[in-house]
Structures are given as structure tokens and as C-alpha cells.
Design a protein around this ligand. Sequence first.
Ligand SMILES: [Zn+2]
Length: 298
Amino acid sequence: MKKFLFIFLGIFLIYALYKEIPGNISSNNSKKIFMTVSKTNDIVELDLEEYLKGVLLAEMPMSFSLEALKAQAVASRTYTIKKLENGDAICDNSAHCQAWVDPTGSEYYEKISEAVEETCGEELTYLGEPIEAFFHSASGGATENSENVWATKKPYLVSVESPGEEEIMQNFYSTLEITYEDLIKKINAYKGTQLITTSKLKDKIKILSRTNGKHVKEIKIQNSTFSGTEIRNILELRSTNFNIELTNNSIIFNVSGYGHGVGMSQYGAEAMAKSGSTYKEILSHYYPGTSLKKYNSI
Ligand SMILES: [Zn+2]
């Protein structure tokens, strides 16, 4: 009789635990998210794992290897979970959240499903908490410490090498030439004041310092110092990883990579995948010190 009681209690306990697990992810019981579609302003309800397929399709080149796509699936899932935990709204605008397109009927549906399903429910954590899983297109050779871009320091968002991006990214290198006159206009408009007063800038522009990731940290123009990020925003440069050339009338920015440079480099992830790394190796390279766990584990 006692034996039956234990069996009964055991079954009850398993049932109770199962019910109490928030966001349980047995295939048809995934976390739900509400996403605003920017075009229509409609709010749609999506299963988190299905949502991630649309993110993958919008955020990653579909020619990429499965391991790189899996790394992106985990980064995107973690990024989303963190947003949900913070009570932030989710939308399909890449400037605010992550890009998303409806994956229904896509010729890549099978490939993205494989990447999402093979990592189902996996998130990256640091000291047991989901991380801020930032990612970008290509770092230009080394990623950035987060505090150099957004002033917030995170122990797992630190500069790491990111080799091989230039071999697989077609527009890895870009150039912007702008006359001193236009440069002054843009800076003064951005600052809302006549900050730069001379057009004779040839000897008055200098890169003062670089970050650990070799991106421009500070640049001096006449008597003002700007952060690399500020200049990137003002001139819409593809990255803060640039060198300058000064001619008599203009400045030329030679830029490497694309994006803010923090966290995982997508092209770096693909370069690692191509040389045989698994998605777990890719993630622990770009988010050092983090652990991978199932988000429903207790
Ligand atoms: Zn958003």
C-alpha cells in the first residue's frame, strides 16, 4: 500500500512541477510573444520558437552554415527573453528590436527550422541570468567592449578577435569621402551649434585613441573631441573601425566591417563555422564566460 502511495505522490509531483514551469517549451507549449508589425502597427501573437525562425530569416544571410545559424538562433532567443524579462515590447524593426519577416512559405524554411529546433529553448546565461546577447554584422577584425559603444560595461561583452570576416563578406570594406565643408555642416547640424568654425581642417583632424578592438575611440576635429560612435552616427559610417586620409578639401574614411561591433559578429560566426567550430564554440568565443542552458530548466 505504502508503495502505491509513493508512486502516486511521485506522479503528482512530476505533474505539479511540469505545470509550474514557466514558459515550458514542449514543442506545442512554447513561450508566447506579442510583436508589433511596424508597417501596419498590428500586434501579432507568436510562439517564441516560431518567431525566431522569422528573425533568423531576416537577420542572417541564408547562405550561412547551420552552426552559424544555430549560434544566431541562441543569441536571438536570449536577446528576446531578456527583452521579455525587462517588460520591453517586441517589434520587427531592426533598429529597435530584431528584424523579422514572415517565414511561411520561404524556400529556407527547412534550414531555419533546423537551426531553431536543434537549439530549442537554449539561452545564454551569465551568473544564472539571461545575457544581453547583442550581435552585429562584422566587427572588422575584433569586437568591442560594450562600454565603448553604450557606456554600459558587461563582463561577457568584451573585445575578442574575429578573424576571417573579410574573406566571406563582400562589402567588408567601404569608403566615404566628404568635403570639409559638408563635414562641418553635418557636425554643426548634429550638435545644434556652430562647433566647428574653420573650413581649413586638413591639419586639424586627428584620431586620438582606439579601443581594445582597434575601433576609433576618440577623434579630434578642430578643438572638439568626438567619440567614434558619434562620428559614425553623424556620417552614417558602416562601423567605427576606420582610418582617415586628409586631402586638401576632403576627408576620406576607410571603414572595415559593419555594425556596432558588440557581441557576436555574424560574419565572424560564419567564418568559425566554416573552419569547423560548433555553435557552442562560436557562442562561447563571442560571449566569454557565459553558459548555455534550457530556459525552462529549474
Ligand atoms: Zn522593438
